[in-house]
Write a protein that binds this ligand. Structure first.
Ligand code: NAD
Length: 256
């Protein structure tokens, strides 16, 4: 299947490691020109092998001036065809413990500034009559994860935004979708398992085994398996998929 990604321009946020990095590499391997953004350009440059295809960009999503500078830079050359919205995860905690300041600051970095960036990049896509917007959220938007109230709440706002936008721009040839990782084996997941082991005074292998056993597939997903789905959604072949939430979770979400 030809994904027809050659010559497309893609922006991937949070691309220094993990899911963002895997998606950026996957889109580049299909022939797209990728603008890979994260706070540290050095960390992106560490994995970039082809500097003709992948362009590292410094961006702190918490800073609106960074977001506006990125939009201006991309629009100078006509903008992008594909946007992959990705960000860091907020700290754990209960809904009762999350204070107003935390809600506002994390909403800004994980939602409001992303919405603003996409709004700036959209008119160029509309002019070309083609676009793909894919937002990474979490299984927590369908099955809230205990002790991750900020993540469950803010990522649900991304889902509401995505569906609203999908309805508005479907007629312009632009698809807008959400992908929901369950447990994909990135550095972050290793860090979370290590933190859980420390908190409960358990061996990390035991924590990880228990976590894998709760997933019907019996294992964590591979970043490439996640990136493959996103790459398909970014392609010409997925032109009739819009306004959807797509699970990539090995069956972990309990509801249908
Ligand atoms: P990760 O922490 O390894 O990667 C996050 C990326 O975002 C990194 O490149 C980081 O540098 C970047 N980032 C963080 N804060 C930023 C900021 N203010 N501005 C710009 N870039 C910033 O996480 P991951 O495992 O690759 O997951 C990606 C996203 O998906 C995260 O939001 C995570 O919470 C979420 N998620 C992941 C899983 C999983 O199984 N891996 C499950 C559910 C949700």
């Amino acid at each position: 299947m030809d994904l027809e990604l050659a010559g497309k321009r893609a922006l991937v946020l949070g691309a220094s490691r993990g899911l963002g990095k895997a998606i950026a590499q996957s889109l580049a391997s299909e022939g797209a020109t990728v603008f890979a953004a994260a706070r540290s350009v050095d960390k992106i440059s560490d994995w970039v092998t082809d500097h003709e295809t992948v362009h590292p960009i410094a961006l702190d999503l918490a800073k609106i001036e960074d977001v506006d500078a990125l939009a201006a830079r991309l629009l100078e050359d006509g903008g992008v065809d594909i946007v992959v919205n990705n960000s860091g995860g907020p700290p754990p905690g209960s809904a009762q413990a999350a204070d107003r300041g935390a809600w506002i600051s994390h909403f800004e970095a994980m939602a409001a500034n992303l919405f603003h960036l996409n709004s700036r990049l959209l008119p160029a896509m509309q002019q070309r009559g083609w676009g793909r917007i894919i937002s990474i959220t979490s299984s927590g938007v369908e099955q809230p994860i205990p002790n991750l109230a900020l993540s469950n709440g803010i990522r649900s706002a991304v889902v509401g935004w995505s569906k609203s936008l999908a309805n508005e721009v479907a007629g312009d040839g632009i698809t807008v979708n959400v992908v929901m990782p369950g447990r994909i084996h990135t550095e972050r997941v290793d860090e979370l398992d290590a933190a859980a082991a420390k908190r409960t005074d358990t061996d990390v292998a035991e924590v990880s085994a228990k976590s894998r056993a709760a997933i019907p597939a019996g294992r964590y997903g591979k970043p490439q398996e996640f990136a493959d789905v996103v790459t398909f959604l970014a392609s010409a072949r997925a032109g009739y998929v819009t306004g959807s939430k797509i699970r990539i979770d090995g069956g972990a979400i309990k509801s249908v």
